[in-house]
Design a protein around this ligand. Structure first.
Ligand code: HEC
Length: 130
């Protein structure tokens, strides 16, 4: 009986921990989405080139517009003074509509209306930029 209870408690704990507060994206799907929607303007690997937008390595925890020294002079004043710190939460807002989140930004991207697209791309970015 004790053993059964222990198994029950364990499976309960596993169920709870498998239900995070927010949806975890799928990095593999996110990679495909990234390649079709972001790659033309951004590289992700360490030391990768700036394209139309800055290289995104080291994104998480960095302050918007102040991370990529090589791109500093090309950033919009609006993004530089936004004081946004990049995290899953702020990236979610950014990718839902950059122009809504930071009016005046130079990133010409309409945004992903679907939360799953944003979650997937964020999961991919987490897996390759840190
Ligand atoms: C047509 C080119 C273009 C596309 C497509 C594009 N971006 Fe950007 N991105 C930019 C530009 C330009 C900036 C700089 C914006 C500014 O300074 O206002 C930028 C900035 C960013 C930043 C802020 C970087 C920092 O250091 O603060 C992130 C994060 C970002 N883009 C992610 C993405 C993701 C993810 C996608 C795909 C969903 C994407 N971008 C699609 C051009 C693009």
């Amino acid at each position: 009986m004790k053993r059964l209870l222990a198994i029950f408690a364990l499976s309960l704990a596993l169920t709870v921990s498998a239900t995070p507060g927010h949806a975890e994206g799928n990095a593999a799907t996110g990679k495909d989405t990234y390649i079709s929607r972001c790659w033309s303007c951004h590289s992700v690997e360490k030391g990768g080139p700036d394209k139309i937008g800055p290289n995104l390595y080291g994104l998480f925890g960095a302050t918007a517009g102040k991370r990529a020294a090589s791109y500093a002079s090309r950033h919009s004043a609006e993004l530089k003074k936004s004081d946004i710190v990049w995290s899953e939460e702020t990236l979610d807002k950014w990718l839902a509509g950059p122009e809504k989140f930071v009016p005046g930004t130079k990133m010409p991207f309409v945004g992903f209306p679907k939360k799953t697209d944003r979650d997937d791309v964020i999961a991919y970015l987490k897996s390759v930029t840190q």
